[in-house]
Design a protein around this ligand. Structure first.
Ligand SMILES: [Zn+2]
Length: 97
């Protein structure tokens, strides 16, 4: 069974004629805000963001670099918040292990 449009964005309520246009909208929907965790050393930042693959992959790539530290991660998440990629940051909790 195929489902025909309109397709509604569950985050902002906009409707689209095709699934394809809904999918491309989702990557830019200003209301879409999902938690993503970024951890380094003893700190974990929970960032509420529209998790665009390009942005999340870039942060994860930095996290894999051996010389990348907690302070730099703080700089990165603050930058992402400043330019609107991250809507809200839950500040670090000390990792239990
Ligand atoms: Zn939307």
């Amino acid at each position: 069974m195929t489902v025909d449009g309109p397709y509604t964005c569950k985050y902002c309520g906009r409707t689209f004629k095709s699934l394809q246009s809904l999918k491309s909208h989702l990557q830019n929907c200003p209301k879409r805000s999902l938690p993503r965790e970024f951890s380094k050393g003893k700190v974990t930042f929970i960032c509420y963001m529209n998790p665009r693959r390009k942005v999340v992959n870039a942060v994860n790539s930095l996290l894999r670099k051996p010389d990348f530290n907690e302070q730099q991660l703080l700089g990165v998440v603050r930058y992402l918040q400043e330019n609107g990629e991250v809507h809200r940051i839950l500040m670090p909790e000390i990792n239990k292990n």
